[in-house]
Design a protein around this ligand. Structure first.
Ligand code: I3S
Length: 127
């Protein structure tokens, strides 16, 4: 309907396919290798699945079939970090002993992720 104000509901979980590359794992710098993940922002976690099917097969336990989970209360995010990638639209997520880059060619998409991650970090009292 025209002229009707759209009610803005909180969009949680936020989920979608992103490019990701881990650059540090368990305290060790690792060779950067980009691949896609189905990423879900839910509760105070950011959960990486191989694809949407893997998320649906999680069998009740949160993140049962995930690749890895970022606990957001311990995380910081940075938009377009210097010296980590030549790609545009990158967000680096750092948490103890680990760093991962997420990227999307659509700037609006990555800005949505960055904005919502920032809001979530404030909400959960990240460092
Ligand atoms: O930091 P680097 O080495 O420039 O990162 C690139 C590599 O990970 C490269 O893999 P190979 O070294 O196997 O070719 C990736 O294909 C590139 O995408 C990486 O650079 P970007 O700037 O895309 O993060």
């Amino acid at each position: 309907p025209t002229g009707m104000p759209q009610l803005q509901l909180p969009q949680e979980p936020l989920a979608g396919i992103l490019n990701k590359a881990r650059v540090m794992e368990n305290g060790k710098k690792v060779t950067k290798k980009w691949s896609t993940s189905f990423v879900v922002l839910t509760g105070s976690n950011l959960v990486f699945y191989k694809d949407q099917k893997a998320m649906q097969m999680k069998q009740g336990s949160p993140g049962g079939k995930c690749e890895f989970i970022v606990s957001l209360p311990t995380a910081i995010v940075e938009l377009n970090p210097k010296d980590f990638s030549s790609r545009k639209n990158v967000v680096m997520i750092s948490y103890p002993e680990n760093q991962v880059l997420i990227q999307h060619d659509d700037e609006r998409k990555i800005m949505e992720w960055f904005t919502k991650l920032k809001l979530k970090l404030e909400e959960v009292g990240a460092p």
